[in-house]
Design a protein around this ligand. Structure first.
Ligand code: AHR
Length: 313
């Protein structure tokens, strides 16, 4: 049998590897807000998994809830010449300059899960998100019906300046305004987290006690914190106080199965496949819708046990 030298075998192996590798692995920069909620961790995982599946190199930056960190990350992605940028904007305003820099460098920016306020929409390629005003309206409509039009409601808002906090407040408020017997008696930020949701709910209970009929939380994590506070206060969540939230994470379904959380509105965090579809379409010269909207529904406690096994996040 013919023998080959080690050097020849190594060079054959290298050539095979070079031929098998993609001509140019594309690089994407992802500026994520942080890891404030179960929802956000699910979104991060969705993008990471999809990048790996499609053979993209991913540069990931966690902004720790700070816009200045996101702006720095986007500038660094531009300097590194990435092929596209995914941006989950922590707040709505203050993006014009950095997005102009990305556009000048011909780098498409995809807004993931939240919108921004800019006068020039050509600064980004598309926004992939839910309709947060609709989510708030859906939550309000369910609660008004559940309470037959009469309730004192406390509201746990998301972080100030964030699109879902602004829009979910507006959508819910629009519906409350239609029912003279539905009153929002207190409204404060719980910063999207369980810890802060619990802390703010403790203060609401201290001030209003069992006059509170319902809690509307802009996300599940704050609702789960509020449930802890309600129990510690000696009331029964789901019975004495209805608790309603948005996101639809698995932990919220567990809470509904336990009889604590009353309902949660879906908000899809698994946006990785849609984001890469949009980017690939744009890079191939195709056109992309300006808003790729996710359609949500409400999940009720009575159905939670049947649905929980299918929850993917
Ligand atoms: O932008 C989506 C929101 O951000 C989610 O509802 C919330 O949990 C999050 O952190």
């Amino acid at each position: 049998m013919k023998r080959f030298s080690k050097a020849i075998l190594a060079s054959v192996a290298l050539s095979a590897a070079v031929l098998a590798a993609p001509v140019h692995a594309l690089t994407i920069g992802f500026s994520q807000i942080g890891a404030e909620s179960g929802w956000r961790s699910a979104e991060t995982q969705s993008v990471k998994e999809e990048a790996a599946k499609r053979g993209f190199r991913l540069k990931f930056s966690d902004a720790q809830q700070k816009q200045e960190n996101q702006i720095k990350a986007v500038r660094s992605f531009i300097a590194q010449g990435v092929d596209g940028i995914f941006l989950a904007p922590v707040v709505e305003t203050g993006w014009h300059r950095v997005l102009k820099e990305a556009r000048d460098a011909n780098i498409p920016v995809i807004l993931l899960d939240r919108g921004i306020k800019v006068s020039d929409e050509s600064l980004y390629l598309t926004k992939i998100s839910s309709d947060f005003v609709f989510e708030g309206r859906l939550a309000g409509a369910w609660l008004a019906q559940e309470m037959q039009g009469y309730a004192n409601v406390v509201e746990l808002q998301g972080a100030p300046g964030a699109a879902p906090a602004i829009d979910r407040k507006k959508g819910f408020g629009d519906v409350m305004d239609m029912f003279p017997g539905m009153n929002i008696t207190a409204s404060q930020t719980g910063e999207w987290t369980r810890t802060k949701g619990k802390e703010v709910m403790e203060a609401f209970l201290k001030a209003q006690g069992d006059d509170i009929d319902a809690v509307y939380a802009h996300n599940d994590d704050m609702a789960l914190g509020a449930i802890q506070a309600i129990k510690a206060y000696g009331l029964t969540p789901g019975k004495d106080v209805k608790v309603l939230s948005i996101d639809g994470i698995k932990a919220a379904f567990e809470s509904m199965v336990a009889g604590d959380l009353s309902a949660t509105v879906d908000c899809n965090p698994l946006l990785g496949p849609l984001a890469f579809d949009a980017l690939e379409t744009a890079l191939a010269g195709g056109s992309v819708e300006k808003w790729i909207v996710q359609h949500d529904k409400i999940n009720l406690q009575a159905d939670a046990a049947d649905m929980i096994d299918d929850r993917k996040y």
